[in-house]
Design a protein around this ligand. Structure first.
Ligand code: ADE
Ligand code: ZN
Length: 317
């Protein structure tokens, strides 16, 4: 059977870094990355904050625009090998020149050039602020996003620790991005509960939610997501790896889908969670008995929700 073409809407560029690439860059720079890798060379952490710390430690060796070009090339090759034909990557000016606009333009040019050199996959960038870096930093990230909005940078989002502050603290940054014509998404309902998802809709005006799976705890919210067509970027393997659900069979994705919530499937940070798009598809098919129609529905939802122009969208549909 030929591989099913896949659309991925939720992928953190640094979070997709192959451990070997990070190790090679560390060796080239003479940098020691203590506590980042297991004996077998995979990323090492115990819980969500540990994950965020290791993530940020590993990104230390991603220093120059050229480093980000190499990273982009490796990540997109990895995705294309999984049959991904279109991907949206979260890009962080925090890690690309410390939120300085001039530097950000240089990193972005390197990322975009690398993306154009990988065959059989199209990429768009969602500029991402990091919640635990605070609203002031997010404002600077939003300025970087607004200044580079266009055919490649099509969205603005927020990741990071959902336990720090509220979605509403970032309303000004999201309003700035929206005024620049960017589409909006935020991580919500991952470690935060249903109220975080509601606040993402009411206070930030997002049309998609990163994760959103804890909406399942609130029936009225599930109904609202379905009625308003709010698309969830669901990352089941990530949720299981970070301990939200014990097993894939316990994951609410199937119940959300059955209740009419538009869902899509992504990997989040694949090497951190020992997953791939092919692995997610196989695990969900096995756990829930999903057939071709379900996968077609999910990919159509992803194409409709993609932050891209209509010509690109029509090619995906
Ligand atoms: N950054 C990278 N992966 C993340 C996740 N799963 N949640 C929040 N922020 C992230
Ligand atoms: Zn994420």
């Amino acid at each position: 059977m030929t591989m099913r073409p896949k659309i991925e809407l939720h992928l953190h560029l640094e979070g997709a870094a192959p451990p070997k690439l990070i190790q090679r860059m560390a060796a080239e720079q003479g940098v020691r990355l203590d506590g980042v890798f297991d004996a077998d060379g995979s990323y090492k952490y115990n819980d969500f904050t540990g994950f965020l710390n290791v993530y940020e430690a590993a990104t230390q060796v991603l220093r120059t625009p050229e480093d980000f070009g190499r990273l982009t090339y490796a990540v997109l090759q990895q995705s294309a090998a999984q049959g991904v034909i279109y991907t949206e990557a979260f890009l962080s000016p925090d890690f690309c020149g410390g939120r300085d606009l001039g530097a950000w333009r240089d990193y972005l040019a390197a990322i975009q050039e690398a993306a154009a050199s990988v065959p059989d996959i199209h990429m768009r960038g969602i500029v991402t602020c990091i919640r635990h870096f605070g609203p002031e930093a997010a404002q600077e990230v939003a300025e970087c996003a607004a200044a580079t909005a266009g055919d490649f940078i099509t969205g603005f989002g927020m990741g990071g620790n959902e336990a720090v502050g509220t979605q509403g603290d970032f309303a000004r940054a999201f309003a700035r991005a929206k005024a620049a014509g960017l589409h909006l998404t935020t991580h919500a309902g991952e470690f935060g509960g249903p109220e975080s998802v509601r606040s993402a809709l009411d206070d930030l005006g997002v049309t998609r939610i990163g994760h959103g799976v804890r909406a399942i705890e609130d029936d009225a919210l599930v109904d609202r997501l379905a009625a308003e067509g709010i698309v969830l970027e669901v990352c089941p393997g990530s949720n299981v790896a970070l301990g939200l659900f014990e097993r894939i069979e316990d994951h609410p994705i199937d119940r959300l889908h059955a209740r009419g919530v538009p869902i899509t499937v992504s990997t989040d940070d694949p090497p951190f969670f020992h997953t791939t798009m092919g692995g997610e598809y196989a695990a969900l098919t096995k756990a829930f008995g999903w057939r071709s129609e379900t996968w077609l529905d999910i990919n159509r939802t992803a194409a409709r929700a993609a932050f891209c122009d209509d010509a690109t969208r029509n090619d995906l549909l």
